[in-house]
Design a protein. Structure first.
Length: 271
């Protein structure tokens, strides 16, 4: 048996649209044989489609703790995972298998902000044709994600985003993205809280997600670093551990609240 694990992710992180993502400790496990709790992956599903694109398709079995349609990068995890298992079972070793899995996942997804964290782990920055993967410094901080019952389709959500910006808006967006990345790398939670200045996707998407909008405004109004996770409807936030309970209390909408940590491994063989 060969069993692999691939993490989900939270993408955009506010202003880093289609360019920044964090791998999370919510996982898709895939294997070439059944394992406890697994189900056979549909032949026409994304996992098998990715495997075929990677050049080595066969029956696969999987189990997942990644919420689907909630902004956790579940489709990217499936694409990266299917390709990774296919290449590992074909005899590829690292870093070849991981690089091939990312290439397939990125091609299927069309943007790297979820595929890169699922492949490489940690904090990933997609810059033109290159991906930089870094380890964020979140000592003394807690990440929380509020997950409502609503499901959001990424393809539909992408249809409402802006296609152009004024120069002043572009400057604001780039400054906020730089501050967000710097805050993650230094653990400066105050800097992170100042980066909620997206003008490309959040405003438009939140008009269709009123409860999500209310939760996000509440968090930001109380000074917490918070963002729409991927295309939503979930909201992610980072707070000092001492303020984590206050952060959770601000997530007042109907839904579940999860404590998550950053996965620094990316896709990997676990058996």
């Amino acid at each position: 048996m060969t069993r692999i694990r691939v993490p989900g992710s939270t993408a955009n992180l506010g202003p880093g649209f289609d360019a920044v993502g964090l791998a999370l400790d919510r996982y898709l496990d895939l294997s070439d044989e059944p394992f406890e709790g697994s189900e056979e992956v549909p032949e026409d599903g994304l996992v098998r489609i990715a495997a075929r694109q990677a050049g080595n398709d066969f029956p696969m079995f999987g189990a997942s703790t990644i919420p689907v349609g909630k902004g956790f990068g579940s489709s990217a995890a499936e694409a990266v995972g299917g390709a990774y298992l296919a290449r590992v079972c074909a005899g590829d070793v690292e870093p070849t298998a991981r690089a091939a899995a990312f290439e397939v996942g990125n091609d299927i997804e069309g943007h790297a902000d979820n595929a890169a964290p699922s492949a490489f782990g940690g904090l990933c920055l997609a810059v033109q044709d290159r991906v930089h993967y870094l380890t964020p410094k979140l000592d003394g901080l807690q990440m929380l994600i509020w997950v409502p019952d609503q499901i959001n389709e990424t393809k539909v959500a992408r249809g409402v985003i802006r296609q152009s910006l004024e120069l002043s808006e572009a400057i604001q967006q780039s400054a906020a993205t730089a501050a967000m990345v710097a805050g993650l790398l230094t653990g400066d939670v105050a800097m992170l809280a100042e980066t909620a200045h997206d003008v490309i996707h959040e405003t438009a998407r939140l008009e269709f997600l009123p409860e999500t909008k209310s939760v996000l405004q509440e968090l930001r109004g109380k000074g917490f670093a918070a963002w729409l996770s991927g295309s939503g409807p979930s909201v992610a936030a980072i707070a000092p551990i001492s303020s984590a309970s206050d952060c959770a209390a601000a997530m007042h909408g109907e839904g579940d609240i999860f404590e998550v940590v950053v996965d620094t491994h990316g896709c990997q063989i676990i058996r």
